[in-house]
Design a protein around this ligand. Structure first.
Ligand code: CP3
Length: 322
């Protein structure tokens, strides 16, 4: 999950004088930051250090990642010409990611590396709003007001995302995660009409790649069925929906990922432990369960609590289930 490293002093130290986007473009730095939580917590997989807007910047969009705010776009997308300016990307445009993945795969040995990208809706929201938004009002205005332009924009973003994930897979990642973090802002009907076809294009484009595809969003209780149908092998679930309930919606053919509330990590240990055990229990209803948080690690989190959670998950899940 995003910001796993942000709670770590060694992350803050190494990032002290390097801007976020710049740090994503230095393969050695990317490799080191990616490895930090693996070394510290002994997690079962590493997640590539990058950001969902990295390929969009590589496609020619003028943007920055502002500390404490998130992605900010200089000239938000308004018309067809703005969409046309988003160029298709090739491996040369993101050679630093290709290189970082290769370094990491060599370094990680048996530990799998998870690559990722942003899904078209979540990327479109940053591009249309110009930055983070609570309501996604401008995004929805474009979606409802000019569906043709909307589909052109999402089609373009889907191509960039697919190319970006293909670069990561060719370089050796073992799984990919498609983040549609803000899809929960939509009704199921609107999701199916305006968003699902584009995410489905990305996920279908990876079907022959032989790596599991994880698809995640926040506040997606009503979208879990549709997000699974977009073509995921694993559906990420935030903390609002118990995993046994989620798996009824997702169906028996897909695994689930999640779903500890990141805020629970601030509670006394007995509460954290009870929540972890509950989630592991509820996850047994699914055909497969990847334990994770329900969204990103908050920067104020005590890293030692994360290490304890990882150990507890290992201890409980190593035992045979009867
Ligand atoms: O944990 C990791 O380091 C994994 C790499 C990762 C980052 N971003 C690095 C990052 C991943 C998987 C992401 C994905 C991402 N980025 C998503 C989808 C997942 C999710 O959490 O919903 C989204 C929506 C973004 C956009 C974005 N980038 C936001 C909202 C922010 C946070 C802004 C803030 O400072 O509160 C970023 C910046 C960002 N991306 C940071 C990191 C480590 C923080 C930068 C810093 O250290 O200051």
């Amino acid at each position: 999950m995003r910001q796993a490293g942000r709670s770590l002093p060694e992350y803050r130290e190494i990032r002290a004088n390097v801007a976020m986007l710049e740090s994503c473009r230095r393969p050695e730095l990317v490799a080191e930051i990616t490895l930090q939580p693996v070394r510290r917590h002994g997690v079962d997989a590493a997640i590539l250090f990058s950001d969902i807007v990295v390929p969009v910047a590589a496609a020619g969009v003028d943007l920055d990642i502002v500390p404490g705010t998130g992605p900010v776009v200089a000239e938000p997308v308004r018309d067809r010409a703005d969409v046309e300016r988003i160029r298709p990307i090739t491996v040369e445009d993101v050679s630093y990611v290709d290189e970082a993945v290769r370094l990491l795969v060599a370094e990680l040995g048996e530990t799998p590396l998870i690559g990722f990208a942003g899904a078209p809706f979540t990327l479109a929201s940053y591009l249309v709003e110009g930055g983070p938004s609570r309501t996604h009002a401008k995004t929805k205005a474009l979606m409802y007001g000019d569906p043709e332009l909307w589909h052109a924009l999402c089609g373009r973003l889907a191509e960039v995302t697919l190319a970006f994930l293909r670069v990561q897979i060719a370089a050796g990642v073992s799984a990919v995660q498609l983040f549609d973090s803000w899809a929960g802002a939509l009704s199921e009907a609107d999701y199916r009409r305006y968003v699902q076809p584009h995410s489905a294009m990305v996920l279908a484009g990876l079907a022959d790649a032989g790596v599991p595809r994880i698809h995640f969003g926040v506040g997606t209780a009503e979208l879990l069925t549709a997000m699974g149908e977009a073509g995921a092998d694993v559906v990420g679930v935030d903390w609002r929906t118990p995993l046994d309930v989620a798996t009824k919606r997702i169906g028996p053919d897909r695994a689930v990922q999640g779903n500890l509330d990141p805020c629970v990590l601030f509670a006394p240990w007995p509460v954290v432990e009870a929540e972890v055990r509950r989630i592991l229990d509820e996850g047994r209803a699914a055909p497969g369960h990847v334990f994770n948080l329900g969204h990103g690690v908050l920067p104020e989190t005590d890293p030692d609590v994360l290490t304890r959670v990882v150990a507890l998950v290992h201890e409980v899940s190593a035992r045979p289930v009867d």
